[in-house]
Structure formats: structure tokens, C-alpha cells
Design a protein around this ligand. Structure first.
Ligand code: 5GP
Ligand code: MG
Length: 183
């Protein structure tokens, strides 16, 4: 699996120290507020676990499962794998995602959640790609900005593989060509 990585962008220790800063900001902003964190699965499961353990506030966690990617290309279409969400009326909602790329995912979910009666809705992403968005959307909290490369690890997949790598890295061309199975 490691042979498939062209280069490491962020080692685990780099990610965790950045999450300390981000968690501190979130803790300051939401102190004394009723907070529901909604994590977008599968990509944000590692990010969610590491980030939320650094936020010493009472909060509730919900997970939302969507998909929009096939291989290394966005489909532009966001599929919701579930239809019901817990009630977050009169609560502040913080949406967590692994990466902001074209913007389709956060736009679709934001639109859907905005009908739910939340007191506020903000978004937090681990990675934000420097690309022109196809939807007008940005994130309120960003751990790292990255160039327009396809990355895997720390929750992010290529055809469902590589999510368990502890770092964020760029996949090499051979692995992309080979498709689903890691070496
Ligand atoms: P968007 O809808 O903003 O184009 O993309 C958001 C979703 O596409 C992310 O939640 C993630 O699942 C997937 N995605 C976008 N860029 C990448 C990437 O570089 N690597 C991986 N593994 N997934 C990506
Ligand atoms: Mg994905």
C-alpha cells in the first residue's frame, strides 16, 4: 500500500498539531452553545474522531452518508444514502467533511440542512483544494489548503481503499491506472 504513494503531504503529527489549533478555535466559538456536529461519511471518520476528542465541550454527533466520487473524478451528483436526520432545531450545527473540491457535496448538504431550523450552520473541512469551485461554497474552518491533486489517506479513499493510511498523501500514477486494489 505504501508503494502506491507518490509523496506525503501531511504526516500524522502535522495533522494532529493543526487539529489542536482548529479545535481550540471551535471550542472558543461554541462555548455555551448547543452544538450538533454532523460528519459526512465515509471520508471524515478519522478527522471527526481526532478533532472532536480535542473539543472539551458538550456536543452531539450525527453522521450523514453521501457519495459523489467515482475513482478520481467527481460526478457532480450527490447521493444521500439515508433520508432521516436527528432533530437539530434550535441547535448550532457544524458540518464536517474531509475535503472541499468542486463544492457540490457541501452545497447539496448545506441546502438540505438549511431547512432544518438550526440556529447557525458552519462547515469545517480537513482539506480545501485550490481549484475553481463549481458551486459557490466555502468552509468556515479549514485545516489545510492543498493544490489540485488527488489525495488519499487519513479517511480519504480511492475506490474505497487507502482510508486507513495515517497520513495524507498523493497517489502515484501507476496506482491510479491499476484501479481499485492497493499493492
Ligand atoms: P466535492 O463535492 O467538493 O467535489 O468533493 C467532495 C467529496 O469528493 C469529498 O467529500 C471526497 O469524498 C471527494 N474528493 C474530492 N477530492 C478528493 C481527493 O483528492 N481525494 C479523495 N480521496 N476524495 C476526494
Ligand atoms: Mg469520498
Amino acid at each position: 500500500m505504501l508503494e502506491d504513494i507518490e509523496k506525503v503531504l501531511f504526516h500524522e503529527s502535522t495533522i494532529l498539531s493543526r487539529l489542536d489549533e482548529l479545535a481550540h478555535e471551535i471550542t472558543t466559538d461554541y462555548r455555551g452553545k448547543d452544538l450538533t456536529v454532523i460528519a459526512i461519511l465515509n471520508g471524515s471518520f478519522v478527522f471527526m474522531a481526532d478533532l472532536l476528542r480535542r473539543v472539551p465541550l458538550p456536543l452531539q454527533v450525527e453522521c450523514l452518508s453521501v457519495s459523489s466520487y467515482h475513482g478520481t473524478r467527481t460526478t457532480g451528483q450527490v447521493n444521500f444514502r439515508q433520508t432521516t436526520l436527528a432533530d437539530f432545531r434550535n441547535r448550532h450545527v457544524l458540518l464536517l467533511d474531509d475535503i472541499l473540491d468542486s463544492g457540490h457535496t457541501l452545497h447539496a448538504i448545506g441546502t438540505r440542512l438549511s431547512e432544518g431550523g438550526a440556529l447557525s450552520l458552519r462547515t469545517c473541512v480537513l482539506l480545501r483544494k485550490r481549484v475553481e469551485r463549481e458551486r459557490e461554497v466555502d468552509a468556515d474552518y479549514v485545516a489545510f489548503d492543498i493544490p489540485n491533486e488527488f489525495v488519499v489517506g487519513y479517511g480519504l479513499d480511492y475506490n474505497e481503499n487507502y482510508r486507513n493510511l495515517p497520513f495524507v498523501g498523493v497517489l502515484n500514477e501507476a496506482a491510479i491506472q491499476r484501479g481499485a486494489k492497493p499493492a
